[in-house]
Every structure is written in C-alpha cells, then in structure tokens.
Design a binder for this molecule. Structure first.
Ligand code: C5P
Length: 206
C-alpha cells in the first residue's frame, strides 16, 4: 500500500505520516528532508541556492544516510529547500529515489508536496492536509520553541506565506491536491483527531 500525504508547510502532514506509517507497519519517507539536504549541502559549500547547476549537482550527489542530520529540521534548511526545489534538475534527480522507496514492498507512507500528483500518481490513498496559515505558524512556533530555537511569531507567519507562495506558483510540480486526493483540514483538529480522520480516509470512510 502506498499512502501519499501532501500539503503546505506545518500543516501537520509529517506527524500524520509518521503515525500512519507506525499504525500500518510501513516505512515512512519525509520527502521534504531530501530538498532540505540539497539546500544544506549547497549552502555549506558557500554555493548559491538560486543556481540550478549547483543545486542539481548536490541533488545528484545526495547521500540518504545524511537525512538524519538535525540541522535539516531548522528554519534555514526549510527556506533553502523551497528555493532549490523549484529547479527542475533537482526534482528530476530526486525522483528515482522516491519512486523506488515507494515501490519497495510492503509499500510506504510518503509526505511532501507532489507525492500524489507526480511521484506516486497511482498511490492507493492520497490525503491533502491543510490548515490556515495562522494555525500553521502557531504550530511551527511551538515546535521551534520546543527545540530551544528563537521564536518570532510574525517572522514565522511571513515565512509560511512566502513558502506557500513559492510552492504553489512554481512551474514544476507545484503544491496542489491531486484530483483523487481527499482533503483533510486540520485547522481545528489536534494531532489525535487528525490521525483518526486520516485513518477513516485510509479505510475508505472519510
Ligand atoms: O515539508 P518541508 O517543509 O520539509 O519541505 C521543505 C520544502 O521542500 C518545501 O517548502 C518545498 O518547497 C520543498 N518540497 C517539495 N516537494 C516535496 C517536499 C518538499 O518541493 N515533495
């Protein structure tokens, strides 16, 4: 079974994907980490994130063993990821890794922006997770605070809006719900309620 979970930054899709994966005993791939790792790699070498060549080269050289690096979870990597992810060469370089992850039995839960539309268009289950920008900013702020990172609410909201804008308007694989995805709005749901709603979708009773 392949479960594709897409949605904007801080919509709760990562938490949901992890819980669904544990529940069904499936491996989980957070595809955002791939783009974060590419941005981190380019920035660490003093490269320009807007340079498609540098970013594509970093994507081709990506080592999946580095995806556990805590630096990838920070704000800078996320911001950088939304820049490098717009380069078609970067997306092409990361395609095979994601598809073979999905194709390996027993399947997978993968979360990202284009999983249901581009990476796994034939996924058995597609969920598009949304929440208001304000609620997502609030969640991101408490996540950062929990990790001891500085929190500036207004900057975080602005960050989220800028990322939404970039992710939805880029030419390749823009963030959007697949035609056959079920939309799950988590603005007024806590993690537990969102999980139960997602289970109902997977089981075919949304
Ligand atoms: O999900 P996360 O916030 O970690 O993603 C970081 C950035 O990586 C996103 O803003 C988006 O630009 C990019 N991304 C993407 N396609 C995916 C996953 C992430 O373009 N499947």
């Amino acid at each position: 079974m392949i479960v594709a979970i897409d949605g904007p930054a801080a919509s709760g899709k990562g938490t949901l994907a992890r819980r669904l994966a544990a529940h069904y005993g499936l491996p989980h791939l957070d595809s955002g980490l791939l783009y974060r790792a590419v941005a981190h790699h380019v920035a660490a070498r003093g490269g320009d994130l807007h340079d498609p060549e540098a970013a594509t080269q970093a994507a081709r050289a990506l080592d999946a063993a580095t995806l556990g690096d805590p630096a990838l979870r920070g704000r800078h990597a996320g911001e950088g990821a939304s820049i490098v992810s717009a380069h078609p060469g970067v997306r092409a370089a990361l395609l095979d890794f994601q598809r073979s992850f999905a194709a390996t039995p027993p399947g997978a839960v993968i979360d990202g922006r284009d999983i249901g539309t581009v990476i796994c268009p034939d996924a058995e289950v597609k969920i598009f997770v949304t929440a208001s920008a304000e609620e997502r900013a609030r969640r991101r702020a408490s996540e950062l605070a929990g990790r001891g990172e500085p929190v500036d609410q207004a900057a975080i909201l602005e960050d989220i809006r800028r990322r939404d804008e970039r992710d939805t308007t880029r030419a390749v694989a823009p963030l959007k719900a697949a035609d056959d995805a079920v939309t799950l709005d988590t603005t007024n749901l806590d993690a537990e309620a969102a999980f139960r709603a997602a289970l109902a979708i997977v089981e075919g009773n949304p």
